[in-house]
Design a protein around this ligand. Structure first.
Ligand SMILES: [Zn+2]
Ligand SMILES: [Zn+2]
Length: 429
């Protein structure tokens, strides 16, 4: 194996496989704050090199803010002389009280547990990098960092809290308590920390420079050269030699195994879950002895009747348009990736990336229900309970997210038999 090549200007140049189209790209590492993109599909190959001390400091601050958010009350309200304050954990706890433990686990895992594990891992890995000997578990945690990322939904919960406030502001006097501000700060700093993480750079610092196989060449696909690129650390290695990356030990896949079959299976499950998600109530309101179940669509109609158009549009988009749009988009991508005729691959990639990015935002409605159920526990005056629709709807969101992650975008580009010569480094601008 040859070492990493160097460019004419002395900057270190790496040959990196693009995870989304399989093209081997020459990436020059410079501290110029610029992102490096794949010339074929425009996938970001490498984030700019960052100040390494700031990332763990941000992660630690976010952890501190999360701890404070769990210790203090989040929202308070007063209605008919009754005062009540709820904490973040109450939002999950009340769901468990009403026999929806699965929903409680999903809420707690996505807004507290997974983000906390992610931030602790970032701190641990950076401590390991600063110590003379690697700390135990740092490689394992580095492998899990990118896998945890899509399931962190603190920002979605923060937006859901704002939607809940608009929903209930006319019904009760609402107070934003200390944990509201600390949690919003935590969600923001978590986002910044995630944006700063440079996975390839992290692996290089943990395990040293990537080794380049002699046959590796920019402007060709890894598959065409008999190579396979690790999706996580970017190491190129000969095809069929091992099922695990020799650099970071993550599983290696030339293409995701049974990608389309898995996507179809998950999409069919999501479609089946759509039926109870829209037939059963998402929440049940009991006020002065009168019980009123409310489905997702009924909730949207209620907002329209009250003239709350912006909220009606947000809930309708997040709960109806996005999940159905995502199912249709993924189904179309599965069909299109099997067709040999020339299709607009860049449009397919834009649709795939939008599908992958937007999925988690559908959880807004589930979080709104969790907040409202936690707030409105006032006995006979007003009690809100979660309905079966919420559980089924969460399943729709999770199955469509899993389907998007199972789809291998390299299948889209496999239809292109001949690569344009402009992808060779000497033709690139
Ligand atoms: Zn690419
Ligand atoms: Zn690897």
């Amino acid at each position: 194996m040859a070492d990493s090549p160097s460019s004419a200007h002395g900057d270190q140049a790496l040959l990196l496989p693009c995870h989304e189209c399989d093209l081997i790209c020459e990436v020059t590492i410079r501290h110029d704050g610029q992102w490096r993109y794949c010339p074929r599909c425009q996938h970001p190959l490498m984030r700019p090199a960052q100040d390494d001390q700031l990332t763990p400091a941000l992660a630690f601050t976010a952890l501190l803010l999360l701890t404070l958010s769990l210790l203090f009350p989040y929202l308070g309200f007063e209605k008919s002389g009754i005062e009540r304050a709820i904490s973040i954990t109450d939002a999950a706890q009340e769901l468990a009280v009403y026999h929806h433990p699965a929903l409680a686990v999903i809420v707690l895992a996505t807004i507290v547990v997974i983000p906390a594990l992610y931030l602790l891992s970032v701190c641990w890995i950076h401590m390991s990098l600063a110590s003379p000997r690697p700390l135990p578990g740092s490689l394992f945690l580095a492998r899990w960092l990118p896998r945890m990322q899509p399931w962190m939904m603190a920002d979605v919960f923060a937006i859901a809290a704002l939607v809940s406030l608009i929903k209930i502001i006319a019904m009760a006097h609402i107070q934003l308590l200390s944990a509201f501000w600390t949690f919003s700060g935590f969600a923001l700093i978590l986002l910044i920390t995630v944006t700063r993480m440079n996975t390839i750079g992290l692996w290089q610092r943990l395990l040293g420079d990537l080794q380049q196989p002699p046959q590796a060449r920019a402007g060709k696909t890894a598959q065409a050269l008999g190579l396979i690129g690790c999706e996580w650390c970017g190491q190129l290695q000969p095809l069929g030699q091992s099922h695990h990356c020799h650099h970071c030990h993550s599983p290696l896949h030339e293409r995701h195994p049974f990608s389309l079959q898995r996507v179809w299976a998950l999409l069919i499950t999501a479609i089946l879950c759509c039926i109870p998600a829209h037939l059963f109530p998402i929440m049940i309101t009991t006020s002065l002895g009168k019980t009123e179940p409310s489905t997702i669509i009924a909730g949207v109609m209620l907002f329209i009747r009250h003239g709350d158009w912006p909220i009606a549009v947000i809930i309708f988009t997040a709960s109806v348009l996005v999940p159905f749009g995502k199912i249709l988009a993924l189904s179309w991508l599965c069909v299109a990736s099997r067709q040999q005729q020339a299709l607009d691959m860049n449009s397919q990639m834009k649709l795939y990336r939008l599908t992958e990015w937007i999925g988690r935002w559908s959880m807004i409605d589930v979080f709104v229900v969790a907040i409202i159920v936690a707030l409105f526990q006032m006995g006979n005056i007003l009690t809100v309970m979660p309905g079966m629709g919420g559980v089924a709807f969460s399943a729709v969101v999770i199955f469509t997210m899993l389907a998007a992650h199972q789809f291998d975008p390299r299948l889209i580009w496999d239809q292109q038999q001949q690569l344009p010569p402009t992808l060779e480094p000497e033709h690139q601008p």
